[in-house]
Ligand binder design. Structure first.
Ligand SMILES: C[S@@+](CC[C@H](N)C(=O)[O-])C[C@H]1O[C@@H](n2cnc3c(N)ncnc32)[C@H](O)[C@@H]1O
Length: 250
């Protein structure tokens, strides 16, 4: 892959997770962010571990097809690695990330995973052929929708509309895995500025109402390390809250 001249949040996360799919420009941006905030690896590990527990619990409920928005780099405990019997369509809007994802999944020895374009705010942008190939029965069978690392970049109206359209599109019995950024960065203005003008911090009381018709499970929307923890929760700042919500079965 050619050396990118801009960092990407997806590859910075790969760096923090100890992956192999980042470049010096990403390492430099990650280092600058850590200089303004503090160490990030444990925080992103906790977030990725949350993804793993959430996806496994969706799979345990009998769901075997996943649509992932804002997927980033599909490695380091991503969806197909924690639910290997499921089929998965990863999507993103960044062409460099999509090409990287396609290259990584081409090495996979299974045909059940794909990576394509998808704007999370418009389900119509996902290629229908890819959707039906990798998430069979879309709209008719329960699926898992993974929506991580996105809510913070959508204003309340866009997020509410987007989640409502997804609710309408999926079959009853489907699940949504979602996270929100807390107000953790409020105390770190330099780091906050690095997140760009579109970044939105939210107080925890604001999370659940944004889900609209999606019904959070009894676990609620909680700091990701404390969502159904396997053992003692990782001692990380409560930067990300997350949870599962369902479209109840008829
Ligand atoms: C913070 S990264 C999170 C990556 C991944 N979900 C993770 O947890 O490691 C956000 C990703 O969302 C993508 N993205 C930004 N806006 C998007 C949109 N409207 N629809 C889909 N993806 C989007 C970015 O290109 C980036 O890869």
């Amino acid at each position: 892959m050619a050396e990118p001249d801009q960092p990407s949040t997806a590859r910075m996360i790969d760096y923090w997770l100890g992956g192999e799919h980042h470049h010096p420009v990403d390492v430099a941006a990650a280092g600058a962010f850590e200089g303004a905030y503090g160490p990030c690896a444990a925080i992103f590990r906790a977030l990725r571990n949350f993804l793993g527990r959430a996806v496994r619990s969706i799979a345990d409920a009998g769901v075997d097809g996943f649509l992932v928005f804002g997927a980033g780099v599909p490695t380091r405990g991503n969806v197909h690695e924690v639910a290997p019997d499921a089929t998965v369509l990863y999507t993103d809007v960044d062409p460099v990330t999509i090409r990287l994802g396609q290259r990584l999944l081409a090495d996979s020895d299974r045909a059940g995973y794909g990576y394509g374009y998808g704007d999370a705010t418009d389900i119509g942008t996902v290629d229908p052929a890819q959707l039906h190939r990798f998430v069979p029965g879309w709209g008719r069978r329960p699926v898992g929708v993974v929506f991580l690392g996105l809510a913070a970049f959508l204003d309340d109206d866009t997020l509410t509309r987007t989640l409502d359209e997804l609710y309408e599109a999926v079959a009853p019995g489907s699940f949504l895995a979602i996270d929100f950024d807390s107000e953790e960065l409020a105390a770190y203005p330099e780091a906050l500025a690095m997140m760009g003008p579109a970044f939105r911090m939210r107080a925890p009381a604001r999370f659940a109402p944004l889900l609209g018709r999606w019904q959070p499970t009894a676990d609620g929307i909680v700091p990701v390390a404390r969502w159904r923890p396997a053992g003692t929760p990782a001692p990380v700042p409560d930067a990300f809250y997350g949870g599962l919500a369902t479209k109840p079965a008829d």
